[in-house]
Design a protein around this ligand. Structure first.
Ligand code: PLP
Length: 410
């Protein structure tokens, strides 16, 4: 028996006050965790405590509260560095989230280094946030975008990689876990292949960081992005990780306070990274809340979280195949903690509304994966995404609701 089977998951669930409520006279079932996760009391209380006792602006003040806020903010940076296996806290830039982190790299790195004829390699399964920023900078610089195709089973067509990963490729940016298919990509292998031809790598960790152990040095990536709110932390805070020499070579992307060493009317000199990338007052409370989320997740352990998530996902996949006319997308296990499916008779939006009327929060639509949906010839899917506070009983109830939907929409 795996150790995760011995953990009292019910007790852990009780750490999330929001889950204890009725929605439309039914107990809430929250299966929209790939969009955002719920927050444990430990994170909520950390935020409250910060605002009740320590709130002040960071870095610029010479008073007690400002010192406390600055120390807590910078301690959070260290905590993030430890959590992802970075070499030092100087490799951690706080941003608003995955989207902003990728935009920073596309605009600032791409703006400096991309030339006509250069290639940015992506995959067909990227979230819009790892596609649109590259389209914007490709248009400005004359660089070209290429894509690793997705096979029918939802995995990347790796046999095509050699012909795609040519010397024109300067950046290979791809997701760790697909937010629609659940596919776990072989990040270490992909990074090694890119490195062999001198391309940089950026990994979108949005769907993996809170769910499986992630160590950026073991993955061998140059850059990585994630959001606090998908790992039990607050919204509004995220991270860009970059190897130190890579970040040092990237110019600032936004100007303002905090990021300068000296300013004259005509010219400014900038701080080193990461502060050079954090213009203006940062999300101080968010960073501190993110560190609290990390403490919380590490008390449970991400290996155990993955085991538990996997048990939920495998069970959901098995039970969903019992429903006639329902088709599952994506590869078999091991996979991310989500299941995307289509029901022949019901549009994903109608099915999601039907579920909501019974207290079940699913997500229906293109999931910011329009090209991927087009690849599968679908307008969208319905997605159930899990986290460690979800239960097998909730999955049974979802299956019951979906069975009712089959009759309702027939
Ligand atoms: N990348 C993936 C794989 C995602 O699933 C998401 C959000 O759903 C994002 C990026 C964007 O994250 P955020 O909206 O927090 O910036």
């Amino acid at each position: 028996m795996h150790k995760s089977a011995l953990i009292d998951w019910e007790k852990i669930r009780a750490d999330f006050p929001i889950l204890d409520q009725q929605v439309r006279d039914q107990p809430l079932i929250y299966f929209d965790n790939a969009a955002t996760t719920q927050k444990p009391r430990a994170v909520i209380e950390t935020l409250r405590n910060y605002y009740e006792h320590d709130n002040a602006n960071v870095h610029r003040g010479l008073h007690e509260l400002s010192s406390r806020a600055t120390e807590a903010y910078e301690r959070s940076r260290q905590r993030v560095a430890e959590f992802i296996g970075a070499e030092s806290e100087e490799e951690i830039v706080f941003t608003r989230g995955t989207t902003e982190s990728i935009n920073l790299v596309a605009q600032a790195w791409g703006g400096k280094f991309l030339r006509p004829g250069n290639v940015v390699l992506l995959t067909e399964m990227e979230h819009h946030s790892n596609l649109v920023p590259w389209q914007l900078i490709a248009e400005k610089t004359g660089a070209e975008l290429r894509f690793v195709p997705v096979r029918d089973d939802g995995t990347l067509a790796l046999e095509k990689l050699s012909s795609l990963l040519t010397k024109e490729v300067k950046m290979f940016a791809f997701t760790h876990i697909s937010n629609s298919l659940g596919t776990i990509n072989p990040v270490t292998e992909l990074c090694a292949r890119a490195r062999a031809i001198g391309a940089l790598t950026l990994v979108d960790l949005a769907q993996s960081i809170g769910h499986i152990p992630v160590n950026v040095r073991e993955l061998g990536c140059d850059l990585a992005a994630f959001s606090g709110h998908k790992m039990a932390g607050p919204t509004g805070i995220g991270v860009l990780y970059g190897r130190r020499e890579i970040l040092e070579a990237i110019p600032p992307w936004q100007g303002g306070g905090e990021m300068i060493t000296s300013v004259t009317l005509q010219k400014t000199t900038f701080k080193r990274s990461p502060h050079r990338f954090e213009a203006g007052t940062p999300d101080i409370a968010g960073a501190i809340g993110l560190a609290a989320a990390i403490d919380y997740l590490e008390r449970i352990g991400r290996a155990d979280i993955f085991q538990h998530d996997s048990r939920l996902t495998s069970y959901a996949m098995e039970r969903l195949t019992e429903i006639p006319s329902l088709r599952l997308l994506g590869p078999p296990a091991p996979r991310g903690a989500l299941v995307g499916f289509v029901m022949a008779a019901a549009h994903p939006h109608d099915l999601t509304t039907f579920a909501d009327q019974r207290g079940l929060a699913l997500r229906g639509g293109h999931h910011c994966n329009q090209p991927l949906m087009r690849r599968f010839g679908l307008p969208g899917t319905t997605r159930a995404s899990f986290y460690f506070y979800n239960t097998l009983e909730e999955i049974d109830r979802m299956v019951e609701i979906l069975r009712d939907a089959v009759h309702f929409f027939a």
